[in-house]
Ligand binder design. Structure first.
Ligand SMILES: NC(=O)c1ccc[n+]([C@@H]2O[C@H](COP(=O)([O-])OP(=O)(O)OC[C@H]3O[C@@H](n4cnc5c(N)ncnc54)[C@H](OP(=O)(O)O)[C@@H]3O)[C@@H](O)[C@H]2O)c1
Length: 216
């Protein structure tokens, strides 16, 4: 597949590198054409990796990953361009964390709305799938760093888009039974609102190699 990564932080780099290792072509986008992180990431990931603007990455990808801070995600995706995103699957990994008043962060949106829903409302032609946001990025791409089988969530309005994302998750090593489809995009609220709990656990387990497991 051709994949566009919107975001040059740790999450974009980790997902991008894993996707390249799996044989996909990946373009990482930034607000600027020559972002230092993006250029460095592309250089160290070989010929299948490239860098450009948000708009370049969105135009390039058949599947897009939103890897920007939740509070700026709508702005980043507007810069990516609705015409470049139209009809595509967009995996939203963002969390609405606001660190501006120090630790612990607060949520910029919660209870009756979420970043996933804001993106879906703003870009109705995009198939938004919320996933991966409830764990550290090393766990996202290598679930076995957490002993045993832990859980990962999917939420989105389009069944075909969720199947596509399920396939990507399985290629990362997530076993079929550990991927939990929570339903439509409003389920993003719950997965974003576990972040205060995740932050608290991070205080206890600073190496971040932990995850939630749903037991029935
Ligand atoms: N760290 C984790 O393991 C983890 C786990 C789960 C979920 N998440 C979530 O994943 C997302 C990405 O996290 P991250 O730490 O990798 O990156 P980040 O620092 O949250 O975001 C980096 C990106 O945000 C863009 N950006 C900053 N200000 C902007 C603005 N005003 N308008 C548009 N774009 C702007 C930057 O653009 P430039 O490239 O131009 O600088 C950059 O591409 C976050 O929502 C985070 O909560 C993180």
């Amino acid at each position: 597949m051709k994949i566009g990564i919107i975001g040059t932080g740790m999450v974009g780099a980790t997902l991008g590198s894993k996707l390249v290792q799996l044989g996909h072509e990946v373009k990482m986008g930034s607000r600027t054409a020559n972002n230092e992180n993006a250029v460095e990431w592309a250089k160290s990931n070989g010929s299948k990796a490239s860098a450009g603007t948000f708009s370049d990455a969105a135009a390039f990808g058949d599947v897009i990953f939103n890897c920007t801070a939740g509070g700026v995600s709508l702005n980043a995706l507007k810069l990516a361009g609705s015409e470049n995103l139209k009809g595509k699957v967009l995996v939203d990994v963002a969390n609405p964390l606001d660190f501006s008043k120090g630790m612990p962060p607060t949520l910029t949106v919660c209870n009756t709305d979420s970043i996933g829903e804001q993106i879906q409302r703003t870009f109705p032609d995009v198939k938004v799938v919320k996933s991966l946001n409830t764990m550290n990025c090393k766990v996202m791409v290598e679930p076995s760093v957490v002993p045993g089988d832990s859980s990962i969530f999917l939420a989105g309005n389009d069944a075909g888009a969720k199947e596509k994302v399920r396939g990507i998750l399985e290629s990362f090593g997530w076993k079929a039974g550990t991927i939990i489809d929570l339903g439509d995009i409003t389920a993003s609220r719950g997965t974003e609102m576990v972040l205060p709990l995740w932050m608290r656990l991070y205080g206890l387990y600073p190496n971040q190699s932990f995850n939630f497991r749903i037991v029935k």
